[in-house]
Design a protein around this ligand. Structure first.
Ligand code: ATP
Ligand code: MG
Length: 461
């Protein structure tokens, strides 16, 4: 499967395959796009800018996706007008961003993003830190050097993302042989791949995201430098990585994206502790994470809501036991050790990926539930059932079991309990008390993940 993804279907035509100064123009009768497929707000913005004398096009993901028969997520406009000029044309427009200045035009809840044509940065531009700035490894910190349409096409990431659609004359402009790559289902960076990744290492994640989402291969020169450059992701602001990781894992192809991240050594810089767990207990860790992602993909496909908290809880869970065991070896009792390990792990993870508080709290609650689900005696079971986190905690328990953790059939017990009527429930609780598994004596029962290793949890690799 991965082999297929990384295969190059056709060799690039020399190094200049994607460099053109005049575009290939594809007329209305030579392509499948229709103006009516695009957001009417985006089309009206383009028309308005063009009648004000600017160049303006629909560009990027929306053109790519419609050519592939996919419904676009959003509609981006590119124009020769500066952000200030765009703002002057529309009452409902706001300039946003510093690193990359954009205009957001609001139509109720719909927002259309309008970007001014950008150029690669010349030496001269780099003297002006308001427009252009780089760090020592060549990463672009500020990208506000404006240019022509041709320039704009060259600074985009992949050839398939550099197609411009003009809804007025319904023509497509192709400067980078993007249509050729669409036809061959191939992701190809524009320009020298190493240089383009150094400029913006997030492009490595975008390569994985688009390959997974579109089921495209990655052209071999585009894939080749990734393993060597993956560490550059450590320099990326954690807030940007959070956004990018959500897109990778929550757009319906998370399981395959995870396989590719691991294969391309991009998982380690994003989730260092989980990558270590993957090394130490490969089968268990891999099964747990892939299973969580496959479940998520299924929910996305069915249009059900998905929460990042559950996913992050799963991604980090395999890294907990080692930490908690270490603390125990320092004399910390099991339950506080687990709590401290959970706290430290999340704090460390947030240095790489800024998980907002509204998600870290539920992660902790899902983990805490794992501690409480075995303790069912007296009124405990019914109280747990009323807990707003019960469902997530129960689903998480089933996930752990599917990855091979031995939990004494606790998942099945809870499944039965939820389906049982009042008197059956009372019987189930009574039965627990009579069993010799001490479920009724929670204080003696230390079913923490830290115990799992020594107790032999069955999830061995
Ligand atoms: P989708 O919206 O489906 O995630 P997209 O291709 O529209 O995919 P956006 O992040 O919305 O992706 O970006 C819009 C366009 O801007 C892209 O198609 C690409 O041309 C350009 N672009 C975005 N990010 C980068 C980047 N890091 N480097 C170069 N070009 C980029
Ligand atoms: Mg987009």
């Amino acid at each position: 499967m991965l082999k297929k993804l990384f295969q190059s279907f056709r060799p690039p035509l020399g190094g200049q395959h994607h460099r053109r100064t005049t575009p290939e123009v594809i007329n209305q009768n030579q392509h499948s796009l229709q103006r009516s497929q695009f957001s009417r707000h985006a089309v009206s913005i383009v028309e308005r800018l063009q009648s004000a004398g600017y160049q303006a096009y629909l560009v990027g993901g929306c053109v790519r996706d419609l050519l592939l028969g996919i419904t676009p997520k959003d509609f981006d406009v590119a124009t020769s007008a500066t952000p200030e000029q765009v703002r002057a044309e529309f009452r409902n427009a706001r300039i946003i961003g510093r690193r990359f200045k954009l205009v957001h035009i609001h139509f109720g809840r719909d927002i259309i993003e309008v970007a001014t044509f950008r150029a690669h940065h010349s030496e001269e531009d780099q003297g002006d830190s308001h427009r252009s700035s780089h760090n020592a490894s060549g990463r672009i910190l500020r990208d506000n050097v404006y240019g022509t349409l041709e320039d704009d096409a060259q600074r985009r990431d992949f050839t398939i993302n550099a197609l411009y659609y003009d809804p007025v004359n319904e023509r497509i402009l192709d400067y980078a042989n993007g249509l050729h790559d669409i036809r061959n289902r191939l992701l190809r960076l524009i320009g020298d791949p190493t240089h383009r990744y150094q400029e913006d290492p997030v492009r490595m994640l975008r390569a994985v995201r688009f390959a997974a989402k579109l089921d495209f291969g990655i052209e071999k020169h585009t894939v080749q430098p990734i393993r060597q450059l993956s560490k550059l992701l450590r320099e990326i602001p954690p807030a940007r990585l959070f956004e990018e990781v959500l897109k990778l894992f929550l757009s319906g192809q998370g399981a395959i994206a995870f396989e590719m991240l691991v294969d391309l050594e991009l998982f380690e810089p994003l989730f260092p502790a989980s990558a270590q767990a993957l090394d130490e207990r490969p089968t268990y860790t891999h099964t747990l994470i892939s299973q969580a992602l496959s479940n998520t993909d299924l929910r996305v496909e069915q249009g059900k809501p998905v929460t990042p908290a559950f996913l992050f809880a799963a991604l980090l869970w395999p890294a907990l036991p080692a930490r908690s065991l270490f603390l125990q070896s320092q004399g910390v009792p099991p339950i506080p050790a687990l709590n401290e390990a959970a706290h430290d792990l999340i704090a460390e993870q947030c240095q790489r990926i800024a998980i907002p508080k509204r998600f870290t709290l539920p992660i902790r609650e899902i983990w805490d539930m794992q501690e409480r689900l075995p303790r069912r005696s007296g009124k405990r079971a019914d109280m747990l059932l009323d807990n707003p986190r019960f469902r997530a905690g129960y689903d998480f328990l089933l996930l752990r079991e599917s990855a091979g953790e031995a939990t004494d059939d606790l998942g099945q017990w809870w499944t039965d309990y939820q389906e049982a009527n009042d008197s059956e429930r009372r019987d189930m609780i009574r039965e627990l008390g009579s069993r010799d598994d001490s479920a009724a004596a929670p204080r003696k029962r230390k079913r923490s993940p830290s115990k799992r290793k020594s107790g032999g949890d069955g999830a061995s690799d």
